[in-house]
Design a protein around this ligand. Structure first.
Ligand SMILES: [Zn+2]
Length: 314
């Protein structure tokens, strides 16, 4: 065992990073599949990659991350269907996040522990990317992704020999700072919640990673950026639109319920998105999960720089 560790120590960090980027690009490709399939309740494993246009299987040679999209100029080779620019962006993000994870975890050299840490950081950051796009499309954060992020937070504490109590307190604080003011109190004051339960669960997972103060920092970062994006959207478009998929799903459910479908009526009765939002800015529905995820990534990779910049006294 000792001998193997010494051999691993001889591996240059640069070599590991090159391998990590290729590994990250491949997982980025998997992430694009997960973003498309998880909200529809489909398996992310089988079948293999299929064209969104015509459903035919994609030849692995035409599925090379980023490059395939560039060579095909954003069109499927089978039927010419447009491949959204989000696909190569998520793939490239996979590569970039794998590089950053190595950069952060391998400062002390290449060891089994450092590689495991890099892997945990990478998996969490890619999970945050998947949650971002699903929430943008559907205004919902799948529990599975949030639980995975929480489990990776626990693994992160274990690998860094951190204090468990800090993570546990962080989870409670993270949940409470979203739930108490923005769901519980907001609903009593205005009759509908200001944030989703998914946002509270997500910030609980963030608290497992960074502790209570870190969770609050992530919430503040997310709120600042969310406000800026909302203002910019209003300036440019004049209003904040609901995602297409949410509008479509609601119309389908209302049509079914009108025909007497009990299942659809039941879903509508429990769904906070069952009614179209009230007109005007106060009723605008903007997914907050993406901002929490972006702030999580910022805190994960830039915590030291952000603390030095924003709170120079600390
Ligand atoms: Zn096709």
């Amino acid at each position: 065992m000792l001998r193997r560790l010494m051999l691993l120590d001889d591996v240059p960090v640069a070599f590991v990073k090159v391998f990590a980027v290729l590994f990250g690009l491949a997982w980025g490709s998997f992430a694009t599949v997960a973003i498309g399939r998880i909200p529809q309740g489909l398996s992310v494993v089988t079948p293999g990659s299929r064209c969104d246009g015509c459903g035919s299987p994609i030849d692995p040679a035409k599925n090379v991350p980023v490059l395939a999209w560039l060579f095909l100029r954003g069109r499927a080779s089978c039927c010419g269907a447009r491949i959204p620019v989000r696909v190569p962006i998520v793939e490239a993000l996979g590569g970039a996040l794998a590089y950053l994870a190595c950069d952060r975890a391998l400062v002390g050299g290449v060891t089994v522990g450092a590689l495991a840490l890099a892997l945990v950081v990478f998996a969490a950051s890619l999970t945050a990317v998947v949650l971002t796009f699903i929430d943008l499309d559907y205004l919902y954060l799948p529990d599975g992704g949030v639980v995975l992020l929480a489990a990776l937070g626990a693994a992160h504490t274990l690998l860094r020999h951190g204090a468990w109590s800090e993570g546990a307190i962080g989870a409670v604080v993270g949940f409470a700072v979203v739930y108490v003011p923005f769901i519980w109190l907001y609903e009593r004051l205005r009759g509908f919640p200001g944030m989703g339960l998914g946002d509270a669960k997500l910030l609980a997972a963030v608290g497992l990673w960074f502790g209570g103060l870190g969770a609050v920092a992530v919430l503040v970062l997310a709120a600042i950026q969310g406000t800026l994006v909302a203002l910019a959207t209003l300036l440019v478009r004049g209003r904040i639109e609901e995602p297409e998929a949410v509008v479509r799903e609601r119309e389908e459910l209302h049509a079914l319920a009108a025909q007497g479908d009990a299942e659809a009526a039941k879903i509508l009765a429990e769904d906070p998105l069952a009614e179209a939002p009230p007109e005007g800015l106060a009723g605008a529905r903007l997914a907050f999960g993406p901002f929490l995820c972006v702030a999580f990534l910022e805190w994960l990779f830039l915590e030291d720089a952000l603390v030095a910049q924003l709170l120079p006294g600390l």
